[in-house]
Design a protein. Structure first.
Ligand code: ZN
Ligand code: ZN
Lengths: 198, 239
């Protein structure tokens, strides 16, 4: 079926969203057409406003409206502890735990030479400069526990250790609520490495 | 009609995020050649597939053939090459071996020899040896399996022995008369090294101690050859 052009454009737009197929895109488009004009206009404004006003913090690389961001300027946060993550959304995930009171460094990806992503494409030179400027006592690496994330962590460890800064990797272990017998060997061996005293 | 569900041993050549929580992986299988397979939910921390669908994994896989790609329904890890991701020096080598296999090997015919070659190379790479020499042996053996091996035994034009001018375009050596001013002039030792690496078992790369000139020349030969015939610029940069 061929839709009128304005509707077709809307559906095509939704189709580009992650995880949205043509069926869902249609549903979303029809849903919008059903809503009051003011609501839709407000939503459109919110999208443009977010796009215009949000930027990356020039220090840590997370999303912010003001530069430097709230984490980098908050006097209550420990500036000596720096947590390295791959994506801006990882910052929100860690913040949700309420456990971390240091500052962040967002790489915006992980090393993947075959995709053309080397150290220069990530915010790794910036990380080196931040650490080189002094005042940081520990770097916690919280990149993903897959090949690219581990390789990035190893690269950072090599870069940071000679500067006399402590480097730690977040522990990887058994998912809460799971049974030991279902754990794979790699997860289990890393859980043993990362065990803690009770 | 082909069987829709099957089991096979395989090596993970590539693994990338797909959609919200899935992974799209490229498997080199003993039974069905190279296949693309989706691991649903593999990026969730509680996924039972996650551990077996990362790059540098040798495993046993349960697959269901869909219309456009296979779905992984189960896996059992046989060997994880963990050091490749934890050692920044090894990472590019591991990527190079997997990437070159991904580019050179295609089709759904059984390919036990290619699987064996990559698995053996990963195992050797994890130990003590001249990594560059292992890569040269791997390149030559893999191009051989892919049916594109460069020729080093005698002039491609007239068959004369002792030919030592390599033409990347023709994929072999020529004598001075037949070369006609074209190609790279090689030390006879470099040619002997190439012939040795092609013929000998892979593990022999551990025993050979070629000189720096021979190693450099052979690296140039395979790089220009692979670049010319397979457009592998990004991969060659890893070496
Ligand atoms: Zn910041
Ligand atoms: Zn000749």
């Amino acid at each position: 079926m061929v839709y009128p052009e304005p509707l077709e454009k809307l559906i095509t737009g939704f189709c580009r969203f992650p995880g949205i197929g043509p069926k869902t895109a249609q549903r979303l488009a029809f849903y919008l057409l059903d809503r009051p004009r003011e609501e839709v206009a407000g939503f459109a404004r919110a999208m443009v406003e977010a796009k215009d006003k949000m930027r990356f913090c020039s220090q840590c690389g997370c999303f912010t409206e003001k530069d430097p961001c709230g984490f980098c300027t908050d006097p209550r946060r420990e500036r000596a502890v720096l947590c390295v993550v791959q994506e801006p959304r990882d910052v929100l995930v860690l913040e949700r735990t309420g456990q971390f009171r240091g500052v962040y460094h967002v790489l915006h990806g992980a090393l993947s030479p075959l995709d053309g992503i080397g150290p220069e494409e990530l915010r790794l030179p910036l990380l080196a400069r931040r650490i080189g400027a002094g005042g940081i006592g520990e770097v916690i690496i919280a990149t993903n526990p897959n090949v690219e994330g581990d390789a990035t962590a190893a690269y950072i460890a090599r870069m940071v250790k000679p500067l006399g800064v402590k480097v730690t990797r977040i522990a990887f272990g058994l998912p809460v609520g799971g049974d030991l017998e279902y754990a794979d060997d790699l997860t289990l061996s890393r859980s043993l490495e990362g065990r803690r005293e009770m | 009609m082909a069987e829709r569900s099957y089991k096979t041993d395989a090596l993970v050549l590539n693994s990338r995020p797909l959609g919200e929580a899935d992974r799209l992986i490229t498997l080199l299988t003993w039974e069905k050649g190279k296949i693309a397979a989706v691991a649903r939910g593999a990026r969730k921390t509680k996924s039972r597939l996650a551990a077996g669908v990362d790059l540098f994994t040798y495993g046993h896989y349960l697959l269901h053939q869909g219309r456009s790609f296979a779905i992984i329904t189960g896996q059992e890890v046989k060997e994880h090459f963990i050091r490749f991701r934890e050692d920044p020096d090894l990472y590019p080598y591991g990527l190079f071996l997997a990437g070159l296999t991904d580019r050179l090997i295609a089709g759904t015919e059984p390919c036990p020899a290619s699987c064996r070659l990559l698995l053996d190379s990963w195992r050797l790479l994890d130990g003590e040896l001249d990594r560059d020499l292992l890569c040269r042996a791997f390149e030559l053996k893999l191009t051989d399996l892919a049916g594109h091996r460069p020729h080093f035994e005698g002039c491609l034009g007239c068959g004369a022995g002792g030919a030592h001018i390599f033409s990347p375009r023709q994929g072999g050596v020529f004598c001075r008369q037949c070369a006609g001013g074209d190609g790279m002039e090689l030390d006879p030792g470099s040619i002997a090294l190439a012939v040795r690496l092609i013929g000998a078992p892979l593990a022999q790369a551990r025993m050979l101690r070629p000189g720096p000139r021979q190693k450099r020349e052979l690296a140039q030969v395979t790089a220009t050859f692979l670049r010319y015939h397979f457009d592998l610029d990004d991969l060659i940069k890893l070496r």
